[in-house]
Structures are given as structure tokens and as C-alpha cells.
Design a protein around this ligand. Structure first.
Ligand SMILES: *[C@@H]1O[C@H](CO)[C@@H](O)[C@H](O)[C@H]1NC(C)=O
Ligand SMILES: *[C@@H]1O[C@H](CO)[C@@H](O)[C@H](O)[C@H]1NC(C)=O
Ligand SMILES: *[C@@H]1O[C@H](CO)[C@@H](O)[C@H](O)[C@H]1NC(C)=O
Ligand SMILES: *[C@@H]1O[C@H](CO)[C@@H](O)[C@H](O)[C@H]1NC(C)=O
Ligand SMILES: *[C@@H]1O[C@H](CO)[C@@H](O)[C@H](O)[C@H]1NC(C)=O
Ligand SMILES: *[C@@H]1O[C@H](CO)[C@@H](O)[C@H](O)[C@H]1NC(C)=O
Length: 801
């Protein structure tokens, strides 16, 4: 669209071109260039996307230059813009900045002193840019920098003088990219102690032995060495040798291992006794796997993790079993070409020794019983996220013969099982089984009777389709996860249960606490609970930690204060999930937009407590002032009037004209001065219940007037009870003369619902004035009201006049 528009303008210009317009055009471009060069701050765009923690996210903002951001910013994310240059004054003033990201821009030029103001910078990301040269001066002032990312820029070497020399606090370093050709000794001098080192050197052709060797201690190393592993294994060996230490996990990424030759560099880590080896995103042939295992034979490698592997090859018979590997984890395997590998289990010989095996998300559909039979030492088997079925699970677990007799943990979650009773028969004889994870399966019903190993303590059946629970559940359980099913109730006694998870079901009420005498933790979020009360929770004798957010709560005037107590941890039970997840679903007027958060009440309580405190102080202060010199400047209103929307016509047509207007009938200079009212509706944003405003209005008003009607009591009072219950208005004596009740219709204390205890109290302690239906009694009404509004002030006023 932009390009099209530009083209049209260009064409039009060419048609009109004459000498003068050419001059003008040239001048115009001249000024444009000038503007670009000096770039006064006025032209710099600004970015205001900062949050409360002063973290400014200007990512994806389309900026061509570093935008202006508040000097107080602690973190600045400028990733994914089109910035191609950082000038010397672009970051002036940013002395507070801790984190700066310029990832994914077009940075080709950074002024040598551009980062000098950033004394406190801890993290700098310059990855994915166009930097052809790394300048050591950029980093000369960054003495507290801990993380630096220089990945994927087109530099071919780090260069000299050593670029990282001044970075004495550096703990995480990432550098390299497709253009990195050489690494020379001394280029990394100054870098000593790292938690993490990542080097992308897929096209590395020159490496001076020892370049990376000075970095020690070294927490973790990731290396991408695609070409060296294919074409220059001596170089790959040298790199691996320099970063291999027994306690340093080694992660090899993006490599292709397809010949005996290409696995030889692993002799180095084997020799240096590396214990944890991870392959990520690799292509590997079955031949190379066998060769690799030969290389690693007798090395003390205790864990091999393979995450994202593509197997290519011809399904060659493996050479023979190897010893020593204790743990074997394979994730996200793709088998290419498929027909050569009938299943990943051609490699099952690997499984003879480990105690722990995880084969996750690898499309395993069966583990032959013959294989299981070999797993004499297996204690932990995780086959989650595969394509096992009831039938193939039977084969895998040798038809319930209890073959893997040491098995303690079995995780078969995320498979397509249907029959819980089949599964139960298969694990019945695993006499040491303590943990069983059968979550995210297709189980939709539970048999009446089951038989479990007596050792079973942990059972996870979340994310199935259960509608009912039965005595099938073993009484030995300590942890039970039944989240995300379709359960409506729970009526089984589980005497040992300590943790119960029932979130994401259809419970209308809490299960009875007497079923779980030892329960300590319970989650029942996202159900359809309407309310629960102190007695429900008391029945859970040992419960400490309770989460019940995201339900359909009815925010009654009893429930909300109870919830507030629970958040504060009054009593034994603590609500530990985020308060903001307790949202009122009813009554309807609380449901509207924005949805009213019960948490909001909590905050209000706090605000009011503070207000109460300060208003006491202010009254004391006022008292003092009155004693010395008369001053009521703080009181801007005679009364704050609160009423229901539906009674607004009375307020507007009667109350306001009467009290605020001058009294035409009375020429007497001693006539009462007009009163100054603060009206709930007129003086606030319409439709908003802004407690801060109301609070300050009340503070600045001598009296508070409630226009009581059926409407008001039904629709507004609940909120007053909830929000204002801590305010001085309800403080015994202080409230009595500060509050005036006007009854628009006959309403006795007994008509007020019992739950509005504060209102009932107020009605019995405060005088209230009734609006007479008879015209002739209204004069009397106004007189009483005026008198009540002015109170003793009236005397004071007349005295001074
Ligand atoms: C900034 O916002 C983007 C989405 O626009 C998000 O992906 C990124 O994580 C955010 N950065 C930070 C530091 O929160
Ligand atoms: C090696 O460099 C070439 C050209 O710079 C690039 O196209 C290629 O992707 C690089 N190879 C790897 C594995 O990064
Ligand atoms: C792989 O190479 C190593 C060293 O080059 C050699 O000792 C070994 O015999 C080879 N293995 C196979 C199966 O060719
Ligand atoms: C089972 O595997 C799933 C998915 O990998 C994982 O979330 C869960 O924690 C595992 N369960 C156990 C008991 O280890
Ligand atoms: C469950 O087991 C009890 C006793 O162990 C037995 O009496 C009952 O018939 C069984 N019920 C079913 C449905 O198998
Ligand atoms: C149960 O399994 C689900 C899904 O695999 C997992 O998210 C949850 O954390 C597990 N529950 C427990 C108590 O470990």
C-alpha cells in the first residue's frame, strides 16, 4: 500500500518537473538529510509501553531509531524493530537500566560509547542483527553485565583486542552464527567463570586449540558444529575437548551423525569423563548410533538425553549391549524413512541396564514383552505421549505378569486407553509400584472393584473423561489427581489422602471434609461451586492449603467477608491461589462489566482501614484548628448524598432545588445560606462506583445522607455494607451525627433484610426523616432536614453573622 502511494507521487512529480521544482525537490532532500543527521530529540519517536515495574516493552513497534523511553526504565525490550544504528546519545540518562534487548533488528552500527551510560546493565541481547564487527569498546563500562547474547550476527571472528576483557561479572555468554569462521587463542581472554556458554559455529573452519579451555568453572555448554562434524572432525574434537569437564553438561545441537568418522569427536568428552550428554535436533543413522555407543562404552556417562532426533538409516542390527548408562531419555523422535524402522524399539537392547527410561512423544505403539522382560533393573518407566492402546499396553506389561518387578514409577499418560479395569489388571502385580500416572487418557468409567499393589500412593487420572468415582480408588492413596474430568461429587473415604486435585470438574458443592481426615492440600478451581462457608472448611480437619478460584461464586454479604478472612489466613485454612481469580458470578448486578472481583473487596478493606485512620487524624486535626482559629476549609460540601439511580428524579426535582437554590420567598438576609451538596450521580462519572472518589467526597463532606427506598436497599446497600463497613460512618458515635437517613417510602427496620446488619444498626441508632406524601407536611420535612444537616453549625453560623 505504502509503495503504491509513493509510486503515484513520484509519477505526478515527474510530470510536473521543471527547473524550479527540481531545485525545490533537491532542497527538500537536503533538509531531509540534515534532519536525519542531527536528529533533534523532538523527532525521536517515544515509546510509553512501560508497566508498573518500569519494564518497557517496545518490541514490534516499527521503530527505525532507538525511541525515547523514561529514564527510570529498568528493562527495555526493543526487539523486532528496524533499528540499524545506536548513536552515542541514544541511551543517555538510562543509568537505571538492567536489561536491554535489541534482538532482531538491523543493527549494523553501534557507537563505541553508546552503552557507556548503562552502569547497571546486567543483561544485553544483540542477537540477530547485522553486526559485522564486535567492538570491545561497547563493553568497556559494563562491569556488572552478567548476560550477553551476540548470536547470529555476520562477524567472522571475535577479533582483538579481546572483546570481553572488561566484563568481569559475565556469567552467560552466547556468540557465533553462520559467518563465524575462526576462533583464535586470546579472543576469549577475560572470560573465566560461566554458568552457560553457547557457541554457534556451524561453519567454523579454523580453531586454535585451547581457545575455550580457559573458561572454568563452566556450568553448561551448548555447541552447534554442523560442518566440523561432517568435514573436519579434528576441529570438532579440539572444540569438544576444550569444554569437557565431568560436571559440565554438554549439549550438542544441529548435527548430522551418519558415519563412523562423525562420532569420533565424542572420544574427547568420554575421555574427560563427561556425565551428562544431550543431543538436540540431530540427524543420526542407526549405524552412527551403534558407533557412538561404542565410543561411549566404559565412559561414565550417566544420562543421555535425545530431544528432537531424526533417524535415518537401514535398520542395521546393533552390535551388542553396552553397559553403564543409567538413564536414557528420548523425546520427540521422527523416524525417516519410516519403513526401515518398524519401531523405535529396534534399539531395545539399550534398555537392558538402565534404572530409568523415558521414551516420550516418539510414537511408540508397543514395547514387546520380550523387551520388558530384559528390564530387570528398571525402576522408572515413562512412556507418556505415545500411541499405546489397551491391547499393546497388555503386551508391554507382559499381560499383568508383574515382569518389571522393581518398577516404582509408571507413567503412561497421554496414550489412547479406554479400559481402566484392563489397566488395573496389568499393574496389579507390580508389587513395588508407588506412582501411577494415567492422566490424559480415554478412561470414561471406573469399575466397582479394583485390585492395586498395596504400595500405591500416587495416582493421576486427570484429563480423562470420568463421570463418577467408585470404590475402585485404593484407600492407600496419599496423592490423587482427578482434575479435568466430568465429576459432580465425591463420596468415598480416603483415610490417607494428603493432596486432592479436583479442578476442572462439575462440583456444585465441596465434598464433605469428613471423608479426608488427613487432607492438607486441596484444589477445586474451575468448577461450579456457588459458595462455601466456615463450617464446610472446618470439616477438613488438617486442611492448610485450599484453592477454589474460577468458580461461580455468589457474592453474598456473608460470603465475601468470609473470603477476605480466608485470604488473610485467619483460621487454619489459607486460600493460596491468586485472589483475582475469585470473581462474583452473582448477584446479577455484581456480574456486569467489569466483573467485580472479590479481591477488589480485599483491597478496599485495606483502603478503608487507611482512610479510617487518616480521617481520625484529620478530625483530631480539625478539632485542634477549631480551637486555635476557625477553619473548615477542608470541608467542601455540606453533605454527600447517596441514592439509587432509580430515585434520582426525586433528588433532582426536590432535594437539590430546595437545599441548593436560593429561597426566593425569603428576602431576609438571615435566611439560611444555600447548602452545598455532593451528589453521587452528578459529581461522579455516570455509572461508576469509584470508591476512591466516594471516599474523598465523604471525607470532604460534613454529613452523609442516604436516600433510603426499596430500590436503594435492594440494589445499592449490599455494596455499602461490603465496602464501607470499616469506615467511620459505622463507628458507633462518630456515625450517629455524621449520617442522616431519609426514607422515601415507609420502611421499617424489619423490612430491611437481616443480612444488612449494619443498616439495621444504623436505623436504630440514627434519627431518620420520612418524606411525607402529603404536600402540607413537606415544609416541616425540609426544616428538619436543614436542621439535621446544619446541626450545631447553625448556631455557630448565626453567632458569627
Ligand atoms: C514484549 O511483548 C512481546 C509481544 O508484543 C512479547 O512477545 C515479549 O515477550 C514481551 N517482552 C517482555 C520483556 O516482556
Ligand atoms: C554456512 O555459511 C553459509 C554462507 O554463509 C550459509 O548459507 C550456511 O547456512 C552456513 N551453514 C550453516 C550450517 O549454518
Ligand atoms: C570406527 O572408527 C574407529 C577409529 O577411526 C575405528 O577404530 C573403528 O574400528 C571404526 N568402527 C567401525 C565399525 O568401522
Ligand atoms: C508423566 O509424564 C507427563 C508428561 O510427560 C508429566 O507431565 C508428568 O509429570 C509425568 N508423571 C510423573 C509421575 O512423573
Ligand atoms: C467386589 O468385591 C466384593 C468383595 O471383595 C464382592 O462381594 C463383589 O461382588 C465385587 N463386586 C463386583 C462388581 O465385582
Ligand atoms: C497429573 O497429570 C497432569 C497431566 O499430565 C499434570 O499436569 C499434573 O501436574 C499431574 N498432577 C500431579 C499432582 O502431578
Amino acid at each position: 500500500m505504502d509503495g503504491f502511494l509513493l509510486l503515484q507521487i513520484g509519477l505526478r512529480m515527474r510530470r510536473q518537473t521543471n527547473f524550479y521544482s527540481t531545485i525545490l525537490l533537491l532542497l527538500f532532500f537536503f533538509f531531509l538529510c540534515l534532519g536525519q543527521r542531527s536528529r533533534p530529540d523532538g523527532e525521536r519517536p517515544s515509546c510509553n509501553r512501560c508497566d508498573l515495574h518500569l519494564s518497557c516493552n517496545c518490541s514490534h513497534g516499527g521503530f527505525n531509531v532507538v525511541p525515547m523511553v523514561t529514564d527510570r526504565a529498568l528493562a527495555l525490550d526493543l526487539s523486532f524493530n528496524n533499528i540499524n544504528m545506536v548513536n552515542d546519545d541514544d541511551l543517555t540518562g538510562h543509568t537505571q537500566l538492567r536489561v536491554l534487548s535489541l534482538h532482531g533488528n538491523r543493527l549494523a552500527v553501534i557507537h563505541p560509547s553508546a552503552f557507556d551510560p548503562l552502569f547497571y546493565l546486567e543483561e544485553l541481547d544483540l542477537s540477530d542483527n547485522q553486526l559485522k564487527v564486535i567492538n570491545h569498546k561497547w563493553f568497556s563500562r559494563l562491569g556488572v553485565l552478567q548476560r550477553l547474547n551476540l548470536l547470529n550476527n555476520p562477524y567472522s571472528c571475535l577479533g582483538s583486542p579481546p572483546v570481553f576483557q572488561g566484563l568481569v561479572s559475565l556469567r552467560r555468554l552466547a556468540f557465533g552464527g553462520p559467518h563465524l569462521r575462526t576462533l583464535k587463542k586470546g579472543e576469549l581472554s577475560g572470560v573465566t567463570q560461566l554458568e552457560e556458554l553457547s557457541v554457534h559455529a556451524n561453519n567454523l573452519t579454523g580453531y586454535e586449540s585451547g581457545t575455550l579451555a580457559a573458561i572454568w568453572p563452566l556450568g553448561r555448554v551448548s555447541l552447534s558444529l554442523y560442518e566440523p562434524f561432517l568435514t573436519n572432525t579434528a576441529l570438532a574434537s579440539a572444540v569438544l575437548g576444550d569444554v569437557s569437564y565431568p560436571e559440565t553438561p554438554l549439549i550438542i545441537e544441529d548435527v548430522r551423525l551418519d558415519r563412523n568418522e562423525s562420532v569420533q569427536p565424542f572420544r574427547e568428552p568420554a575421555k574427560k569423563r563427561v556425565r551428562h550428554l544431550t543431543f538436540r535436533n540431530i540427524y543420526v543413522s542407526d549405524e552412527a548410533i551403534v558407533d557412538l555407543l561404542v565410543v561411549l562404552d566404559n565412559a561414565p556417562v550417566t544420562s543421555i538425553t535425545v530431544d528432537g532426533v531424526t533417524l535415518m538409516g537401514r535398520g542395521k542390527k546393533p552390535a551388542g549391549p553396552i553397559t553403564g548408562i543409567d538413564e536414557f531419555l528420548v523425546k520427540n523422535v521422527v523416524v525417516l524413512p519410516l519403513f526401515h524402522f518398524v519401531s523405535f524399539l529396534k534399539l531395545s537392547y539399550l534398555l537392558a541396564y538402565p534404572r530409568k527410561i523415558s521414551v516420550i512423544n516418539t510414537k511408540v505403539f508397543v514395547m514387546p514383552c520380550a523387551t520388558s522382560f530384559l528390564l530387570k533393573n528398571l525402576q522408572y518407566l515413562d512412556l507418556s505421549d505415545n500411541i499405546l492402546t489397551d491391547l499393546t499396553l497388555a503386551e508391554t506389561l507382559c499381560y499383568g505378569a508383574g515382569t518389571m518387578k522393581d518398577l516404582r514409577v509408571l507413567n503412561i499418560s497421554g496414550n489412547a486407553f479406554k479400559s481402566l479395569s484392563t489397566m488395573n489388571r496389568l499393574v496389579e502385580k507390580l508389587y513395588k509400584l508407588t506412582h501411577l500416572d494415567i492422566s490424559r487418557t480415554g478412561y470414561n468409567s471406573m469399575p466397582q472393584n479394583c485390585s492395586w499393589p498395596s504400595t500405591l500412593r500416587f495416582l493421576n487420572i486427570s484429563g480423562a473423561q470420568l463421570t463418577k468415582i467408585t470404590p475402585c480408588l485404593p484407600t492407600t492413596l496419599e496423592v490423587l489427581d482427578l482434575s479435568n474430568n466430568n465429576l459432580k461429587d465425591f463420596t468415598l473415604t480416603l483415610p490417607s489422602l494428603q493432596k486432592l486435585h479436583l479442578s476442572g470438574n462439575k462440583f456444585l458443592r465441596l465434598p464433605s471434609g469428613s471423608l479426608f481426615p488427613n487432607l492438607q492440600i486441596m484444589t477445586i478451581r474451575s468448577n461450579t461451586l456457588v459458595l462455601f462457608g466456615p463450617s464446610d472448611l472446618q470439616a477438613y480437619r488438617r486442611l492448610q492449603n485450599f484453592q477454589a478460584g474460577q468458580n461461580k461464586f455468589e457474592c453474598s454479604c456473608e460470603f465475601v467477608p468470609f473470603l477476605q478472612q480466608a485470604f488473610k489466613g485467619v483460621g487454619d485454612v489459607h486460600l493460596t491461589d491468586g485472589e483475582e481469580s475469585y470473581v462474583c458470578d452473582s448477584p446479577l448486578y455484581l456480574q456486569g462489566e467489569p466483573r467485580l472481583h472479590a479481591f477488589w473487596y480485599l483491597k478496599m478493606t485495606w483502603t478503608w482501614l487507611k482512610a479510617k485512620h487518616s480521617s481520625r487524624r484529620r478530625r483530631q486535626c480539625r478539632q485542634q484548628l477549631l480551637n486555635e482559629e476557625t477553619s473548615e476549609t477542608m470541608l467542601s460540601f455540606d453533605a454527600f448524598v447517596s441514592y439509587s439511580e432509580r430515585d434520582s428524579s426525586w433528588v433532582e426535582n426536590y432535594l437539590v432545588p430546595e437545599l441548593e437554590g436560593p429561597r426566593e420567598t425569603d428576602e431576609d438576609s438571615r435566611s439560611p445560606r444555600p447548602l452545598n451538596l455532593c451528589l453521587h450521580k452528578r459529581d461522579f462519572l455516570p455509572g461508576h462506583w469509584i470508591v476512591d472518589n466516594i471516599m474523598s467526597a465523604m471525607e470532604r463532606s460534613r454529613r452523609t445522607v442516604f436516600i433510603l427506598s426499596e430500590n436503594f436497599v435492594q440494589s445499592d446497600w449490599c455494596r455499602y455494607e461490603l465496602d464501607f463497613s470499616h469506615f467511620w460512618m459505622f463507628d458507633g458515635n462518630a456515625g450517629r451525627d455524621a449520617t442522616i437517613l431519609i426514607l422515601l417510602e415507609p420502611l421499617s427496620k424489619h423490612d430491611v433484610p437481616k443480612r444488612f446488619c449494619k443498616l439495621r444498626k444504623l436505623m436504630s441508632s440514627t434519627t431518620y426523616i420520612e418524606w411525607p406524601q402529603e404536600e402540607e407536611r413537606r415544609e416541616e420535612f425540609w426544616r428538619s432536614l436543614r436542621h439535621a444537616l446544619r446541626g450545631e453549625d447553625d448556631d455557630w453560623e448565626t453567632n458569627t453573622q
